[in-house]
Design a protein around this ligand. Sequence first.
Ligand code: IMP
Length: 417
Amino acid sequence: MNRADIIVGLQWGDEGKGKIVDNLAQKYDYVCRFAGGHNAGHTIVTDGKKYALHLIPSGVLNKDAINIVGNGVVLSPKDFIKELEQFDDIEGRIFISDKAHLILPYHAEIDQARERLKGDKAIGTTGKGIGPAYGDKITRVGHRVGELLNPQKLTKDIMSYFNINKPIFDAMGVQTPNESELLEELKGYNKELAKYIVDTTLMVWDALDSEKRVLLEGAQGTMLDIDHGTYPYVTSSTTISAGACSGLGIAPQQIGDVVGIAKAYCTRVGNGPFPSEDLGEDGNYLREKGGEYGTTTGRPRRCGWFDAVAMKHAVKLNGVSNIALMKLDVLDGMETIKVCVAYEIDGKEIDYVPYSLEGAKPIYKEFKGWKESKGVKEFNKLPQEAQDYILELEKLCGSKIGIISTSPDREDTIIRD
Ligand code: IMP
């Protein structure tokens, strides 16, 4: 029996998982998403063609790989169908778990209404309906992808859900379709998606039992994890490696390597604490040079320095066996590079992630910058200062940094050992 390897984000999402998953996906037979929804997103350029992926696993660009959308995902049929349109040879290469939960348009409306009503306490969600869909799942009033196979029954069930919630929906200004509109919508989804809906748990078990190479692809990042992130400024799923087990139905003993993806600096979108945020010139420099604007929402990302305290936390939580450090070249040309090595909270210095990061002030260690790392393909060809920076990050985070990316191109990647 083979073990499945996992890729997870170690910061607040947008670490550049796309490049690494795309790269690794070429070596795997199965690529499986285990959490999140179309709040995630990355663009992959292959053979001059640009693909925007939100829900479809990155293995789709490897024609020989099978792609699975696991039960831990929340799936918007409308957005998934739109995403599928980018590919004309996808049948038989992608499967959706019948146990994944549905995101329907009313979930997005509820999400946006809640954010509006929260005012300055808003989470800064993507507005895609992620929280309400996971909320319905946990309160056991959600609907699963498997129910799309019987649109008539699903329509009746959703109409009764609308009736129960009518006073709340009216108060929030949430619009819902009438019965015939809903039936039409669901029949359309059924027509497009029925052929992809299967029991993916059995598929993954079969794949592992027959020695196939299986890659599990995470979404968002560790600091957005519903339990271990900066709650309530988090997403609504288990983004850490443990989520791969429940989100696909794989036992812990069947997990192999966990590759954690981190940027050489740090970004976050949405609200919530970000101790190493730089609101000055350096933050702006990182945003412009790193192209730090959201792929899903286009929002400018908040930028700052590598947070080694949060990274140590993420390495432990995920059981990271290897870090891929992305976008090293974005730091090229900076005179001084800072790394957050501790927090000061209420006058006390700590070196772990506490209950809340609200009000935490960063304590920095400074590093001398370097001129150019862009395009370098071997570790010992990097400027000495960049090598020193990486070796020190390894010590601070307690993990090997085995992969270093020095430009968006597939080839500009250093593989150590
Ligand atoms: P939601 O997942 O849309 O509910 O948003 C909750 C929080 O997670 C917000 O701060 C979002 O900005 C953040 N978030 C969700 N998806 C991503 C992502 O793919 N990258 C970065 N941040 C994300």
